[in-house]
Ligand binder design. Structure first.
Ligand SMILES: Cc1cc2nc3c(=O)[nH]c(=O)nc-3n(C[C@H](O)[C@H](O)[C@H](O)COP(=O)(O)O)c2cc1C
Length: 366
């Protein structure tokens, strides 16, 4: 019934064993200084039956981080920590990509290396949501506006992190341009009121993303760079009066670059949860049709909807976030038509093995 999901395919010159993706999932189990741990290797090994494994959001600099115990790719120690994790994720033939992340104005002065307010394209605070601090929810702060040199530094941070990702054994990188983080803050006019070459016209708002792709391409070939966007989401105040025009222009702009893939978050998802609150649903079929290359869709999928999307040619690969957390052997279960376990909220972010590596695999007779 799910045969389409088990057809191998080529992604950036690698043969993926199936069409199932472990999408990026922040689980906050890194050690001190954002160094990956042996427990993380066990978690990724359990989920290595996917065709493509994308790492949890991995910050390109301390300045780009917002949450505790998130891994990074800016230090030698982190590169060393990632190696066994990447090896474990590759153990059953998956391609393994690192998701590169800078949160921009979703950070807070309490976690900035210089104790100052976070950095963003413009000095506009998020007002519709609150920052989750260890002491509870607090208002987001007005960010500091990035100077041209500040932007150049961040472009460089992405390039260095991409180089480090390859040194750690990753097959490629995914740029996290979804969910209202830094790329999305440049893209949407509600968070970008700049009057220089990074603001104003859609072409200008796309400049930061394209410059990062250029810089990353010095270390990772274009056919190993993926881009993730969430075109319908207004989560974290990602507002724009013309989302359809904005993201269509984005896809048209990156399409000729020969990238590994376009990763689309489906309408109806706000960050990590379901939401009916999206201004203007833009279907993945519509945007994917503008992209000349493999398309991944993630968000609210079941094995049935995934098979339908691949069968209809609307997507090449389908990500399962919450279902892959609770079903480490999800590909095997789908193939067998077995039942799926439900997510427990305990241990979703932070903690140890509980809620992380203790979801059982199906018992098979032997
Ligand atoms: C615990 C958790 C952490 C997440 N962390 C990330 C992340 O680091 N980067 C990202 O792009 N999306 C992140 N997401 C969003 C997922 O990749 C995915 O888009 C979302 O869960 C919807 O897919 P699903 O309905 O299959 O769960 C996270 C979601 C969850 C549930």
């Amino acid at each position: 019934m799910f045969d389409q999901l088990f057809q191998p395919m080529d992604l950036g010159g690698q043969t993926l064993p199936n069409r199932l993706v472990l999408p990026p999932l922040t689980r906050s189990r890194a050690g001190k200084d954002g160094v990956p741990t042996p427990l993380m290797a066990e978690y990724y090994r359990q989920r290595s039956g996917a065709g493509l494994v994308i790492s949890e959001g991995t910050v390109v600099s301390p300045q780009g981080a917002s949450y505790a115990r998130v891994p990074g790719l800016y230090s030698e120690q982190q590169v060393r920590g990632w190696r066994p994790v990447v090896e474990a994720a590759k153990s059953r033939g998956a391609a393994v990509y690192a998701q590169l992340w800078h949160v921009g104005r979703q950070a807070h002065s309490s976690v900035q290396p210089d104790g100052g307010r976070p950095w963003a394209p413009s000095a506009i605070a998020i007002t519709g949501w609150q920052y989750r601090s260890p002491q509870g929810r607090v208002p987001f702060e007005e960010p500091r506006e990035l100077s041209l040199d500040g932007i150049k530094d961040i472009v460089e941070q992405f390039a260095v992190a991409a180089r480090n990702a390859m040194a750690a054994g990753f097959d490629g990188v995914e740029l996290h341009a979804a969910n209202g983080y830094l790329f999305d803050q440049f893209l949407n006019s509600s968070s970008n009121q700049r009057t220089d070459q990074y603001g104003g016209s859609v072409e200008n708002r796309l400049r930061f993303l394209n410059e990062v792709i250029d810089a990353v391409s010095s270390f990772v070939p274009a056919h190993r760079i993926g881009v993730r966007i969430s075109p319908s989401s207004t989560w974290m105040d990602a507002f724009d009066p013309d989302k359809r025009g904005l993201y269509s222009a984005l896809v048209r702009s990156i399409s000729p670059r020969g990238l590994a893939y376009l990763h689309l978050v489906e309408p109806g998802i706000a960050g990590a949860i379901d939401s009916a609150d999206h201004a203007e649903p833009i279907t993945s079929a519509e945007l994917g049709a503008l992209f000349d290359g493999p398309v991944i869709v993630t968000g609210g999928h079941t094995p049935w909807s995934a098979a339908a999307a691949v069968g209809a040619g609307d997507a090449d690969l389908v990500g399962f976030g919450r279902l892959f957390i609770s079903n480490p052997d999800l590909p095997a279960r789908i193939r067998m038509g077995a039942g799926l376990a439900e997510l427990r909220h305990e241990g979703l972010y932070g903690g140890g093995a509980t809620g992380y590596t203790d979801y059982p695999e199906l018992q098979t007779a032997n």
